[in-house]
Design a protein around this ligand. Structure first.
Ligand code: SF4
Length: 383
């Protein structure tokens, strides 16, 4: 039996796909490079934007068409393989969103809309204890937490992936020891909100947990559990690795201990990804990001004062409802002050099921979003 995997979306999905591959290899499947040669196509989905979701539906329809296409019409070289009907399994955020709906309506609707899909498999069904089949030969992707509990108003992730759950620290460190033994020199720690990582309770007896502090802290107006990410990062940095990066971190969980840990270990990447999304306080409030422009810039200043060679990348949403010219200029102002090396620019589009889609009208014309996109792109990415 042969399988093909198609991965859409973010680095978290790329890391998940490495485990999904191992899951099917362990069941006796062999991976192929062309879905037309497969018995099974696994689609690891992203639904962060409607366009990404539509690409998933497009692929399902294409496979369905292939399955219905009389074999005689297929290319002669593929006739033999083409006679087989290809099964489709959908996993990732689309399957997550449907399976997490307690009414069962979303899953029932998907099954009605796509009867050709044999399973909508929640990613949690694939254990993180499985040894992944790594695509990259130099950089090991290490998931440290799953889901997100932040509920930024525009984002579907908390609904699709559920609340944030961290992997046990010992399990993560063991996985890193294995990749080092296999010759990897770089690791990327992955989570939707890596810097709120919290070593889960069952391991509280281990020596690592003695240093754990689960008190609440208030940072940037948010009451947060005191994360143990800096402890994990330090343990990783002590290992024989040339570079340790992490993504994505959020401003409200960027603690002083984390800054001190990065400063202490030169093998921790100096390019920090710190999404700010918008530079206007009113827009930030509507996004439920919690911080103000000043708080974000103060954080950048504090990090720079302690890590002299630090550089920053960021994510920006352009044209969020309520972003008038004055609000946009606040974003420009923030960018000029923060001096980002790279910015990932996304034009706002409402995502069904999110708070912002329910509450706010997508009022800014596409042409204006494009203009603002060009302004920021010229300012940051083209310099
Ligand atoms: S931090 Fe906000 S934007 Fe990032 S995944 Fe969580 S809810 Fe979405």
């Amino acid at each position: 039996m042969k399988f093909f995997i198609k991965t859409f979306g973010c680095i978290q999905n790329t890391a998940d796909s490495e485990r999904i591959k191992a899951f099917y290899w362990n069941k006796g499947y062999k991976e192929v490079d062309n879905w037309r040669e497969a018995d099974l196509v696994v689609i690891n989905t992203c639904i962060i934007r409607e366009s990404a979701e539509n690409r998933v539906y497009g692929l399902i329809n294409e496979i369905d068409k292939w399955n219905r296409n009389p074999p005689a019409l297929r290319a002669p070289s593929l006739d033999k393989e083409g006679l087989k009907k290809i099964s489709i399994v959908v996993t990732g955020c689309l399957a997550g969103l449907a399976n997490k709906d307690k009414t069962g309506k979303k899953l029932a609707q998907l099954k009605r809309d796509f009867p050709e899909v044999s399973e909508f498999l929640p990613i949690e069904k694939i254990s993180y204890k499985i040894d992944p089949i790594r695509d990259k030969k130099d950089l090991a992707l290490i998931p440290i937490s799953f889901g997100c509990s932040n509920f930024c108003s525009y984002c579907i992730v908390p609904f699709a992936r559920g609340p944030e759950i961290s992997r046990p620290m010992e399990e993560i460190l063991k996985e890193i020891d294995v990749v080092i033994k296999n010759g990897f020199k770089e690791v990327l720690l992955i989570g939707q909100n890596v810097n709120s990582y919290l070593n889960p309770k069952p391991l509280f007896n281990s020596p690592l947990d003695e240093r754990e502090n689960t008190n609440y802290v208030v940072h940037m107006g948010k009451k947060r559990l005191h994360s143990s990410f800096h402890i994990l990062l330090e343990e990783v940095a002590k290992k024989d690795l040339q570079k340790i990066s992490f993504v994505s971190s959020n401003p409200w969980d960027f603690s002083d201990e984390l800054i001190a840990t990065i400063a202490k270990y030169p093998n921790i990447d100096r390019l920090l990804h710190l999404p700010f999304q918008a530079g206007d306080d009113e827009v930030l409030k509507k996004m439920n990001r919690g911080y103000t422009q000043k708080e974000y810039l103060d954080l950048v200043k504090k990090i720079r004062s302690q890590i002299s060679d630090v550089r920053f990348s960021t994510d920006i949403i352009i044209g969020f409802p309520g972003e008038d010219e004055k609000a946009f200029q606040n974003t420009v102002k923030l960018c000029k002050k923060a001096k980002f090396e790279i910015a990932y620019l996304n034009k706002y589009s409402p995502r069904k099921g999110t708070v912002s889609a329910k509450l706010y009208k997508d009022e800014i014309p596409q042409s204006e979003k494009k203009r603002r996109w060009n302004v920021l792109n010229d300012l940051i990415n083209k310099k």
